[in-house]
Every structure is written in structure tokens, then in C-alpha cells.
Design a protein around this ligand. Sequence first.
Ligand code: URA
Length: 317
Amino acid sequence: MGTASRDGKPGQGSGNGRGKPARKGGTGQHGAKRKPHRKGAQPDAATGRVRLNNAKPARKQVADQTGDGATYISDGMRLQKVLAAAGVASRRGAEEMIAAGRVEVDGEIVVEQGLRIDPNTAIIKVDGARVVIDESKQYLALNKPKGWQSTMSDEQGRPCIGDLVSERVMAGQRLFHVGRLDADTEGLILLTNDGELAHRLMHPSFEVPKTYLATVRGQVPRGLGRVLRKGVTLDDGPASVDDFAVLELHEGRSLVRLILHEGRKHIVRRLLAEVGFPVQSLVRTDIGPIALGRQRPGSMRVLDSKEVGELYKAVRM
Ligand code: URA
């Protein structure tokens, strides 16, 4: 079933027939060209696209399925309320976003206030990034401490991230971690129960960049970045970084930052060892658009709706 509705069902005679256009052309969720809805345009029976209007619905109006997506229902939730409930902005702020043409529903930009949608099925985007309405979905950022296993349980009784989320798990949340870090590595791990997002974040084809800070012994030479960007050969094949920078040279050590989008085991340690600079300490600071920021080791935070939207965007969801 589709998702969007107006206060009235266009062309059904429930209003005064002077319904206003609600949406501007938008980019379809699968990249389809945006279809502009001109003021006064009539429903297009051929495409199934029906111009939305604001006419008041009959009290118990039923859903009207159109040909290619949009469904008009009477008892939907107002878009600005949905956006506010999702934490995108205050209701007033959401209205301003709508008026500014920043909000898309099911592939079309909505510029008029009052659109009623089914929050369970509508695909809403703000500035092209998905707004996740599903309250059952959890998105957490954890700073895994050094010395902890990246697992939900450990047979040998070693500390693991499952210990850090045990209260949530006991409360019924089915969380899993997105990828792993070595026990010796500190830093950002995402936890979620959103399987498709997790799968895409881990899949190399989506090329989500991860940023690491590594401390190595010695002074790294100029030109090391060029070598690493070009790539080196490891036991299991070639590997390269997307970006490399020397941040500090201090007391016989170098602090370097690497950005790479692959997730092979011990990849950063192996890369740096291969070029003669074994890692002394390693921290992952970013996964795509999500930054560890000032989060302390062992601490966890809930991602805000903007961050979740950016994650979705990063993996083309
Ligand atoms: N590369 C490593 O060497 N270790 C990690 O934990 C992550 C990336």
C-alpha cells in the first residue's frame, strides 16, 4: 500500500474541487526523474499520479490506491507532525523545511503544509536523506574500549561489547554490531537492529569510508601517503588507502590519519607494518558520516535522526 494522503481524496468529490497542489517534482526513490505537479493539474489516470489537495475528507474516507505508488488515505498523520516526532525539527521548523522544498515523500517534493501520510510506509527524505520513522529501529554509536572484544558474547569470559549493551538486550532489543575492531583497537562501532543498513555498511561495494588514527614509532617520511594511496601488496592481495595524512611528529612517534573503505581483518595494522611503521595504538574515529567526537571509551549514544538519514544516504537507501 502507498503512503501519502491529503486531507481530501482528489477527484472524489469530498471537498470543494478547488484543491491546491501539494508537491513539487521530486527525485524518485530509485532515482526516477522528479515529476512536477503544476498548480491546478488534474489527476493523471494514465500514470496513476494524482495531484494532492487539501480539501477536507469525508469522515470515514477509505484509502484510494493509485497506479504507481501514492495512496490517498484520510487518517494519515500530518507530515510536519511526523517530522517533529522523528526529531528532525520542531513542528514549526518542519513546516519551514516543507515550505523551503526540502522534504520529499515517496519520491516527490512536498511544499504545501498538511499532507497526511502513513508513517509506517511513507519514504520521507529531508535534503535527500531518509528520515527513519520506524520506532522499533535502534541506531547506536559505541566507543569500544581497548582490550574489549567486538562480540556480543565471549566464550572465554573476556570483556565484550555485549556486556556494554546487556541492559538494552535484556529489555528486548535485538542489537548487533556493524563490523568489528581488533581487541587492541579502540573506537567507533555502530550497533543496530536494522539488518539491511548493517549489511550495506559492511559490504565493500558501498565503499563507506572509515577513518583511523594510528600512532606509529619513528618519523614517517614524506611520500608515505603516496605509497599507501597507490597501494601495497599484502598476503591476501593488494590494499590501499583513500587518504593519508601526518597529523603530528612527536618524541620519536608519528600520529597519522588513514581513510579507507575496506574492512579486511587487521587491515590498518598490516598496511602500516608493510611500509615499515608497525602500529602502537589505533583508534577508529569515523564511519562514513558518523563521528566518534568526544565520546568516551565504553560510552554509547543514540544516533539522531539526521545521522541515521546520512547513514542511509551513504549506502543509497
Ligand atoms: N584495521 C585494523 O588493523 N584493526 C582494526 O580494528 C580495524 C582496522
